[in-house]
Design a protein around this ligand. Structure first.
Ligand SMILES: Cc1cc2nc3c(=O)[nH]c(=O)nc-3n(C[C@H](O)[C@H](O)[C@H](O)COP(=O)(O)O)c2cc1C
Length: 183
């Protein structure tokens, strides 16, 4: 199995999404010690904004297509994903390779891949909560991966900006939840 591990938080060692994605990765590699892991830190090594010329460089999409499982650490910034992660998505959402338009509408072309995303959000965006309409992180990632034919799995830590106690408890719960990923 080849695992592509991606992080996009600017918070380094204090990052909750990095801790969750690390825990997911650890569960997967414990279950399959022979797994090959490719790591991409989109903050330490950012991809430039998309340009037409960038389409000629296929390294990012080749890496994505070659992976069986993709583990992503995704923090919420300004109600959505970090621009670093968007720049990566810009390189894998490519007509003719990961999706195509047909007479019956768009069709995802990526099958048989697992995408597992560790989310970290400062607030709470559950359905029915006052801020729910501002949730453009999980909904966006679910939408774009669905568009290319993948149903992503999520492990989320929420309410991290509410209090230090809430943060500790939410991260603890999320790290515990990563057990089910390897089950
Ligand atoms: C620049 C910035 C913008 C943020 N914007 C939001 C936001 O719009 N909504 C929210 O719920 N939390 C927001 N937060 C809080 C983060 O989602 C929270 O700190 C989370 O832990 C970030 O993930 P990380 O710990 O992996 O960096 C923001 C944090 C930063 C640093």
């Amino acid at each position: 199995m080849t695992i592509l591990h991606i992080n996009s938080s600017i918070s380094g060692d204090n990052s909750a999404s990095r801790a969750i994605s690390r825990s997911i990765l650890d569960r997967l590699t414990t279950a399959d010690p022979a797994a090959q892991v490719i790591y991409r830190d989109l903050v330490a090594d950012p991809l430039p904004h998309l340009t037409l010329a960038a389409f000629a460089d296929t390294q990012v999409i080749d890496e994505f297509l070659a992976a069986d499982t993709i583990v992503i650490g995704a923090p919420m910034y300004n109600f959505t994903l970090p621009t670093q992660l968007k720049a990566w998505l810009d390189r894998i959402l490519i007509a003719g390779q990961t999706f195509r338009y047909t007479a019956n509408g768009p069709e995802g072309l990526v099958g048989e891949k697992r995408v597992i995303i560790g989310l970290a959000r400062g607030g709470i965006y559950d359905a029915g909560s006052p801020a729910s309409s501002l949730e453009h992180l999980e909904t966006y990632l679910r939408g774009v991966f669905g568009f290319i034919g993948i149903t992503p799995e999520f492990v989320a830590a929420d309410g991290l900006a509410i209090s230090p106690e809430q943060r500790e408890e939410s991260v603890r719960q999320a790290l515990g939840e990563t057990v089910r990923i390897a089950a």
